[in-house]
Each structure stands twice: as C-alpha cells, then as structure tokens.
Ligand binder design. Structure first.
Ligand code: PHE
Length: 490
C-alpha cells in the first residue's frame, strides 16, 4: 500500500503550524510572560526555543520523514529497544488530548453564550459555578455536567470529521483553520489598540524585570512552554512528517514552523496585554494581578475584559471562535499521531474506522473532566504529564537520535535533502544541550514536587498523577528490559 501524502509542502507546513499554534500561544504564553517579569521572560523563552525547541523539532521532522513511520514504528526502526518510548509518547498524547478537548468544550459553551454575555455580572462565578459547577474539593466528584459532556461530544465529532480521511481531510481543514485564528487575532489587536489604557498593558509586557532571570523556576517554565507549544514528544510531528516524501526539505520547514509559532505567541501577547491594560484602566485592579491570573485568564479575566468594551458580544464571539479554531488543529494532530501508529501496525485497518474508535475513546476518557471535580483532575493530569512524561520522552528521543542512531548521520540526511545547511551546532544540541538541560529540569521539578505537594492536593490525588507517570515509564522500559532478558536467556 502506498503511503498517504500531503497535497503540497505548503499544506504540510500549515498543518505543522496548526498543531503548534494552539491554546498554548494565546493563553499560556501571555500568562507566563505576565507572571515571570514581562519582557525579561522573552530571554529564557527565546533561549529555550533556539537551544532545545528548534533542534528537537528538527529531530522529530527528520525521524518521521526518514523512517516514514508513526512514532512507535519510527523509534523501533532507529533501535528496537526504544519502541516503548514511542508507545509512551502516544499514550501521553492521549492523556493530553482527553483534557485538551474538554477545554475546547468549555470554549464552545462560551462561544454559544457570547452574544448573551452570560458572564458579564460576575465572570468568576460564571466560570466556576455556572459552567463547571466546581465542587468544594477533589474528594467530591459530584455529577457529570451534561452541557459540558454534550459540548465535548460535539468537539469530538468535529475532530472526527477533520481526521477521518487522514492527511487528505486534514490538509483541507488547515487551509481554513490556520489562517482564520490569525486573522481574528489581527482584528482583536486593532480593537485593543483603539482602547484607552492599552499602552500600560504593553509596557508591562515589554518592560523587563531583570532580577527574575536568576530564578530557576522561570527557566523551567520557559523550557516547558517551548515543549508544549511546539507539540514535541507526543509523536505528532513524527507522524506528520512521515507523510512527506523522504527527499523533501527539512531545515526550512522546521524554521518556518518554529518561528511562525513563536511569532504568533509574541503577537498574541500584544493582544492580551493590550486588552488587560484597558481592563485595568476601566476597573481599578492592578494590571499585574490581571496578567497573572493563570488558567482563569482565558475564561474569567479575558471574557470580563471583553464584556467591558464596545460591541462586547461580537468581540467575545470572535475571541472564542479564535480559540476554537486555534485548538482544533492541535487536537486533531494528536489523533493523527495515534492513527498513524495504528495504521502502520495494522495496514489493512480502515482509517475511517480507526479514527472513530480513537475519538470515542478520547470522549470516554474525557468524561472524568466533565464532573464537578473535573478541573482538579485536569490540573493534576496536566501537571504530571507535561512536567514528567513529555520530558522523559524528549530525553529518550534525543538520546536515541543523538547517540544510538547518531546525530551526525541524521544531520547528513537533513543536509542532503534541505536547501539550507545545518551546522554541527545541531548535533551538539541534540547530543548534549537538550538531554542535559532537560534532565536538570526534570530533577529540579522532582525535588520541588517531593518537597511541596503540588497545589496541596491530597495524597491519593497526587498518587493518580504519579501513576500516570509510572504507567508511561513502564511502557517505556518494558521492551528494553524484555530484550535484555531475552539476550541473557539466549
Ligand atoms: N501546541 C499546542 C498548543 O500550544 C499544544 C498541544 C498540541 C496540545 C497538541 C495538545 C496537542 O496549544
């Protein structure tokens, strides 16, 4: 059977950008910049992008394109002992997509309530009480929220229709889903700069607080943000590039994806901070407090700010439409990563069927996040999976590509197919800088989590988080150990 192909290189780059640009750019990045010293945060952020993000993205691009396999098959081809890491990447991706789709379901609910501005009286109460029905503690799971469940089913139905024909249908969707949110961001930027107070927001965004650079936490936040935003270590980029011909350009596509993604983050910083500046001007809340509101930024502070401006319904609808269109191509890229692994393994399976099962499984796994304690479960999963699973897989990936297979031989391959030449710095990054810096970050995070239980959650809840890490680790090292036992017996 011949492998599916993207209809053109532009479509591939759009799809890669679509996966990278998501809620992480518009909500997570500005919030981190606000929390960690405005302009100064850009320094660790750009350092992480150039030192680790870009090289590892290029590594994933090279592995996928060279092996023409999804992540499990690709890792296995590079070295059989590493197959488990590929499977763990898929499993981790699944854990993420299950809650990512729920965040999209909230967005859908907000979108339908935008013209009514249901949150205008009290945005916080609206989010936590009316939408989430959040219980008092994680011990009280309560009931399933039917509206969220229905919205979740709708989100999964949309995802299904994007992926059901593999890269053929995805290639068509990204022609709209990638430019649309960028245009909407542009509209919102124009709105922001015509509001009083926006400059104060920009000042906070761009004025560096240098002292913050001495804090290791800032560096850790910047590195994990780069990981999340470039959709690394989930098998996505490997799957996507496996649908390019083996002699396609790699270097230019990597730069195009990584730089466009970060440019959109920086751009959305101007939108978010501009609007927050306006809100600080209208209310008396200090802007630093608004900027550091964390997960509430997109669902509490920003909607409230939108409801204060002229034509609030319209701009709220545009904002949530932007979030939806931003998220959808990130969400379906993860489903494609799983699809690819299954179809590689069982080539006679029909992609329409496989996608249905994946989407249904995702929907079922997501039910836990639609309960009244859903936000707590989401928070725990997100914390452990992004800080441990992604890091472990990325370290394994750089060891596999850099040492076991050989960075130099991959670099030769990249240079043979690419117009732009990649220097030896790439091998140095993949072999040394990436694994060392990621291991240091992982160790630092581990120490922090052991010292102070994350967000003060009860032990059983933290146990759930740690078991997600342990399950993935089991899958990672399982094939490795069984191969060794096998060898000893022989
Ligand atoms: N890159 C996405 C973002 O910034 C993150 C992501 C991708 C999450 C794919 C899940 C799946 O939002």
């Amino acid at each position: 059977m011949t492998r599916q192909r993207w209809s053109s290189r532009t479509v591939f780059v759009l799809a890669a950008i679509g996966s990278a640009v998501g809620l992480g750019n518009v909500w997570r990045f500005p919030y981190l910049a606000g929390k960690y010293g405005g302009g100064a945060f850009l320094i660790p952020y750009l350092t992480a992008l150039l030192l680790v993000g870009m090289p590892l993205l290029m590594l994933e691009f090279a592995i996928g394109q060279k092996t023409q396999q999804g992540v499990a098959g690709a890792f296995k081809r590079l070295h059989p002992s590493f197959q488990g890491f590929g499977l763990a990447a898929i499993l981790t991706g699944f854990m993420i997509i299950a809650y990512y789709a729920v965040v999209m379901a909230w967005t859908l609910i907000y979108f339908f309530n935008a013209f009514r501005l249901s949150w205008s009286d009290n945005a916080e109460q609206y989010f936590f009480d009316s939408v989430l029905h959040l219980s008092d503690g994680v011990g009280q799971i309560g009931r399933i929220n039917l509206p969220i469940l229905l919205a979740l089913a709708a989100v999964w139905a949309i995802i299904y229709f994007c992926v059901w024909r593999g890269v053929q249908s995805e290639g068509k969707v990204v022609l709209y889903s990638v430019p649309l949110p960028i245009i909407l961001l542009g509209v919102l930027l124009v709105r922001a700069i015509t509001l009083p107070g926006f400059l104060a927001g920009w000042r906070l965004y761009l004025t560096p607080i240098w002292s913050i650079l001495a804090d290791p936490e800032v560096w850790s936040a910047a590195f994990s943000q780069i990981f999340f935003t470039l959709s690394l270590a989930m098998g996505i980029m490997v799957a996507y590039t496996s649908y390019k011909a083996p002699d396609n350009d790699i270097a230019r596509d990597t730069w195009a994806t990584a730089l466009t993604n970060s440019a959109i983050s920086l751009f959305s910083g101007f939108v978010v901070f501009g609007v927050l500046g306006y809100m600080a001007w209208r209310t008396t809340t200090p802007i630093t407090e608004l900027a550091a509101s964390g997960p509430g930024l997109a669902f509490v502070v920003f909607p409230q700010a939108l409801s204060l401006m002229p034509l609030p319904g319209l701009f709220s609808a545009l904002f949530f439409l932007m979030l939806l269109s931003l998220g959808i191509d990130s969400a379906f890229s993860l489903v494609e990563a799983v699809n690819t692994v299954l179809i590689d393994r069982y080539p006679h399976w029909r992609i329409e069927r496989v996608s249905i099962w994946i989407c249904l499984t995702g929907l079922i796994l997501g039910i836990i996040y639609t309960t009244q304690a859903g936000l707590y479960f989401l928070d725990i999963t997100d914390h452990f999976v992004t800080h441990y699973n992604l890091m472990l897989i990325a370290i394994a990936q750089s060891v596999l590509g850099g040492w076991v297979y050989g960075a130099e031989s991959l670099r030769r391959y990249i240079n043979t197919v690419s117009d732009w030449r990649i220097g030896p710095w790439w091998s140095i990054s993949v072999k040394f800088i990436a694994p060392i810096s990621l291991t240091a970050l992982l160790a630092a995070q581990f120490i922090t989590d052991i010292r102070t239980p994350y967000e003060g959650y009860p032990a059983w809840m933290l146990g759930i988080g740690w078991s997600l890490v342990l399950i993935s680790m089991g899958i990672m090292v399982g094939p490795l150990l069984s191969r060794q036992r096998h060898r000893k017996i022989q």
